[in-house]
Design a protein around this ligand. Sequence first.
Ligand code: PRP
Length: 219
Amino acid sequence: MIRKLKEDKITVALPKGRLFNQTISIFKDAEILSEDLNSETRKLIIESKDFYFLLVRAKDVPTYVENGIADLGVAGDDVILESCPDVYIPVDLNIGVCSIVVAGLPESKEKYFSNPTSIKVSTKYPKITQSFFAEKGIKAQIIELYGSVELAPLVGLSDFIVDIVETGRTLKENGLIVIDHIRKSSAKLIINRVSYKTNKDKVYPIIEKLHKILKKGDQ
Ligand code: PRP
């Protein structure tokens, strides 16, 4: 049976994983959320007084928001650039800050800067990778992976990877280095375009509260 969510509540798509705790923390600081959510729960829909929280994979947040299942959600630039959702993006939450980079073994650096015409790259981000190398006039042969991308250059699947780097620990522990910087990424609040217009009374205060807390952090 399809679970019908009550329309008087706002539905939020929350990314499981890296961004989960930081998202809960900023929502609590902004007094949008009053209780803690357990990151270990296996439940996928959590109901609170004012909200439904849908616990989804980070990559799937834009899908739930764009299709109007969730009114709003939190997604990193990496995910947004990859899926290009038609959503409203009013707030940079300045959490989950990381860099999207080209990385590889130190000995691959020379190859990278020797003006290659084509390059083999493993990544979770095929679109970002394709457009980055297309702009450089390099043909990228992309091998799409779903995780542990750093393994690829170690075992010869590809010379290079395009991935996010947060602390740099995964690269370091696997003897890899950053070879090129693509762009910075941070998490954004994303809102369904229809909800933004029809649920103004509930959505605007959320945006305002987040702006307020973020301004405080700047001071
Ligand atoms: C991400 C990313 C890197 C790692 C970078 O992977 O793909 O592997 O985090 O973080 P660091 O610079 O702090 O080490 P994630 O943990 O999401 O797991 P995955 O490889 O299974 O996608």
